[in-house]
Every structure is written in C-alpha cells, then in structure tokens.
Design a protein around this ligand. Structure first.
Ligand SMILES: N[C@@H](CCC(=O)N[C@@H](CS)C(=O)NCC(=O)O)C(=O)O
Length: 211
C-alpha cells in the first residue's frame, strides 16, 4: 500500500493509525503543506481535490480519510477494526460520519485559531468561542463514554479512529479545557495504544504560524 500525505495532517493520521493498528506494511510519501506535490498533474489524477490523504492499494486509488479507514478495516481488519456484527459496525460508522460532519467543523477552526495562525492574527475571543462550541460536541462523547469504554461499545473499533485522532490536539493545545472526565478516560485509553502514539501523538510544531 502506498499512502500520500504529510504525517502532521490529522486526516493522514487517521489512516496511519488504522494501518499501524493492523501492522500492515505501507510506504508513506510526504505530500501537502510544506512538501507540496499535490498540484502536479500526476497527483491530480490520483486525487482531483489536491488534498491528502490518498491511498493506493492493488490498483485501487482512494481519497477521503474516513472512506480509506473503512476500506482498510473492511479488507484487512474484520473483527479487529470493523466489528463483525452489522449493528455494531453501523454504530462505528455513525461516529465516523459524526467526526467528519460535526466535530471537525469546530476542531479544525480552533486548531487554526490557536496554532496555525501567526500570533498577531490570533483572537483570544474567537478561540474561547470555538472552544465552547467544541466542548458542546465533545460533551456528547463524554455522556456516551460514561457508560462504555469505546464509541461503538465494549471494543475498540474503526469508530474510535476519526474522533480519537482529534483528541491529541484537543488535550495539548493551549486552551482552557473544561472537565470532561469520561472523555479524558477515553483519551487515556487511546494513548495506551502503541499505534495511536506512533501515528497521532506527534509534534505539530512544524504547523505553528509565525509572524
Ligand atoms: N475530507 C477530506 C479532507 C482532506 C483535507 O482537507 N486534507 C488537508 C490536510 S488535513 C489537506 O490536504 N490540506 C492541504 C495540504 O495539506 O496541502 C479527508 O477527510 O480526507
């Protein structure tokens, strides 16, 4: 398998995490951000959006990080990342869509406000507003996790990967985080996974904006 995308991208990290969980061999090619490479005709043929990640596997070319995680889970991770029970798999799917349609809508702007913008362009008020919005979404996870260890139920699954990938930033960004004890306990469980540490818990200093 060949994966295009810089390792600092949260969307690339989802795929890396899934591959690492399953111990699959892969080659990663730096692309996007400071590495560029996404505007070439060759890359555009792979991914017309000119974004990362893109995965190539045996003639299949796939983009959209969550679709890639689903594919990897389906083909290489049945019963490990993709729950065997269709109802449990549907719940895992639900949380993956929720991350893409709901959580990332506030977490990405928050990361830009606090980390990616040069200090002179950051607004403390905007950061507080975005933190409050993200907290509302994360409180949904906190309530769920009061009664179960993982998003799809009793076992870790692909459903934990998209939202879980965003938690490293949430818990390390310079913001005033409210107490969400069950979310924090889930984060602790994630950080105990070697694949999470390798794929997600990496420095985002190269992304920090400077004046
Ligand atoms: N919905 C897409 C979003 C992809 C996306 O926005 N990727 C960002 C990195 S997280 C990107 O390629 N940005 C331009 C760049 O890094 O050059 C996915 O989940 O894969």
């Amino acid at each position: 398998m060949r994966l295009w995308g810089r390792a600092t991208s949260v969307n690339v990290q989802k795929v890396l995490w899934a591959l690492e969980e399953l111990g699959l061999p892969y080659e990663r090619i730096d692309a996007g951000g400071a590495y560029g490479g996404t505007e070439t005709p060759e890359y555009r043929r792979l991914n017309p959006n000119r974004l990362v990640p893109t995965l190539e596997d045996g003639g299949l070319v796939l983009w959209e990080s969550n679709a890639i995680v689903r594919y990897v889970a389906d083909v290489y991770g049945r019963g490990v990342l993709r729950p065997e029970d269709p109802k449990t798999a549907a719940v895992a799917d639900q949380w993956m869509d929720w991350q893409q349609t709901t959580l990332s809508g506030t977490m990405n702007p928050l990361f830009w406000e606090v980390v990616r913008k040069p200090p002179s362009q950051r607004s403390a008020e905007k950061a507080r507003e975005l933190t409050a919005q993200a907290t509302k979404h994360l409180a949904v996870l906190d309530s769920l996790l009061a009664g179960q260890p993982w998003l799809a139920g009793s076992d870790f699954s692909m459903g934990d990967i998209p939202a879980g990938s965003m938690l490293w930033r949430w818990f390390t960004m310079d913001i005033d985080r409210p107490e969400l004890p069950h979310l924090a306990a889930w984060y602790d469980r994630l950080t105990a996974r070697p694949a999470y540490r390798r794929a997600v818990m990496t420095s985002y200093e190269p992304l920090r904006g400077k004046d």
